[in-house]
Design a protein around this ligand. Structure first.
Ligand code: FPP
Length: 255
């Protein structure tokens, strides 16, 4: 039977997880901030605030437990369609959190990378994001990718345009384009594809996240809103992951 032990308070990997079979890269759709707040009769922005605290702990948890890369969906290309007050709140929150956390991220060896079309973001936020990326560029404890103004289709389109440009320049023949040529232009490059995708709040959708990279990723849907996603939930997701047989489209043949 699969018993879920409480996560260790010391920050070490729980004993029922096999360190050799941890996902090297976990992607997360942090869904349910708004509903978490609404359920309490609170304004939605409080859900986003609490969501940041949950995220903070999961980044540290990846570092403590030995998950090498974490990619989270912070703001999608579609999120501009939310009420202007919510969009403005989120932009201010990103800035505030970055300012508050940058020193800790540097000290803890977290490499921070923002991925997406960053040009339309507020200028001050963008500058701060660039500063944060260069301040943490040499860190290796955990690679933390934050998708901002990100859309999976838009990312693929951007990569296709870059490859088409190389064809136009005569560097490459159209018929000779490989998957590798395209992946080199994805925002996640050179991070390998995620092994595990976690989505909180029970929804069964990809929501335009990492459409290319998720081709063979194991999916896990947590039944809690993102602000309630803690180490115990992460532990449970990793236990599930370790029960999966990954065949990448092949068959397991008897040896
Ligand atoms: C989805 O919940 C969440 C978001 C659109 C924002 C996620 C952002 C954070 C947790 C902050 C991250 C901060 C940094 C600095 C990376 P929702 O609003 O769609 O919830 P709902 O589905 O219940 O409405």
């Amino acid at each position: 039977m699969n018993t879920v032990h409480p996560p260790s308070a010391s920050g070490q990997l729980p004993p029922d997880l096999d360190p050799r079979r941890l996902p090297a890269h976990v992607a997360v759709i942090m869904d349910g901030n708004g509903r978490w707040a609404e359920e309490r009769g609170w304004p939605r922005f409080l859900g986003h605030r609490q969501g940041v605290e949950a995220l903070n702990d999961i980044v540290r948890c990846c570092k403590d437990w030995g998950v090498a890369a974490l990619t989270v969906y912070a703001f999608s290309t579609e999120n501009w369609g939310r009420p202007v007050q919510e969009v403005n709140f989120l932009m201010t929150l990103f800035h505030e959190v970055l300012e508050r956390e940058l020193r800790n991220l540097v000290a803890e060896g977290v490499q921070l990378r923002f991925m997406g079309d960053l040009a339309p973001l507020p200028k001050t936020l963008r500058h701060f994001m660039e500063e944060a990326m260069s301040a943490t560029a040499h860190n290796q404890a955990v690679h933390f990718n934050v998708a901002m103004n990100y859309g999976g289709r838009q990312e693929i389109l951007h990569a296709v345009q870059a490859v088409a440009h190389r064809v136009e320049q005569g560097e490459l023949k159209a018929a000779a384009i490989t998957e590798q040529d395209l992946t080199e232009h994805l925002y996640t490059h050179p991070t390998p594809d995620p092994d595990l995708l976690i989505r909180s709040s029970g929804e069964l959708r990809l929501s335009n996240f990492l459409l290319w990279q998720l081709a063979y990723t194991e999916l896990y849907v947590a039944d809690v809103f993102w602000p309630d996603f803690d180490r115990a939930c992460f532990h449970k997701a990793l236990l599930h992951y370790q029960t999966r047989k990954r065949r990448f489209g092949r068959l397991d043949l008897p040896t």
